[in-house]
Design a protein. Structure first.
Length: 145
């Protein structure tokens, strides 16, 4: 059986002057405001679809990497992942063009080269990476703390 996730959005008004909100079914975040200004100028207090995708990607990669490291016998003490998505106007219209994942980990007994390989493999196996693949350029950087 597939695990299903649900979120809802409500919007009022035009694209540039209107506003809306998104909410995840779990209630974990409460209602989050969205506006065009919030999407393009990033003021505090609102989110965007791109920020939510970045959050999902960071969480997914941290989980995929944690699982792979444990399976390989080198469990992580900590993993910190930040994701930065680029929302740009292209010839084809507005697009999410890039996603960069910056990963820092504390993994006893693991060298930097092995960690970089593990991060790249986790990125390639992460379900969110696979959902974005062939549409968004995905890059990673990895460092040990």
């Amino acid at each position: 059986m597939a695990a299903e996730s649900r979120a809802t959005a409500h919007w009022s008004g035009s694209l540039f002057e209107g506003s809306g909100n998104v909410e995840v079914q779990s209630g974990a975040t409460g209602e989050l405001p969205v506006t065009w200004e919030g999407r393009t100028e990033r003021p505090p207090g609102s989110t965007s679809p791109e920020e939510l995708i970045a959050a999902a990607h960071a969480a997914c990669l941290s989980m995929a990497l944690s699982g792979a490291l444990a399976k390989a016998g080198t469990p992580a003490e900590t993993l910190d992942v930040s994701a930065t998505g680029s929302f740009e106007k292209t010839d084809a219209g507005f697009r999410i063009t890039k996603m960069h994942l910056d990963v820092t980990g504390s993994i006893p007994g693991m060298g930097a080269e092995d960690f970089e390989q593990a991060v790249t493999a986790a990125k390639d196996g992460c379900p969110v990476s696979n959902a974005l693949k062939n549409n968004v350029t995905i890059s990673v950087s990895a460092s040990l703390s």
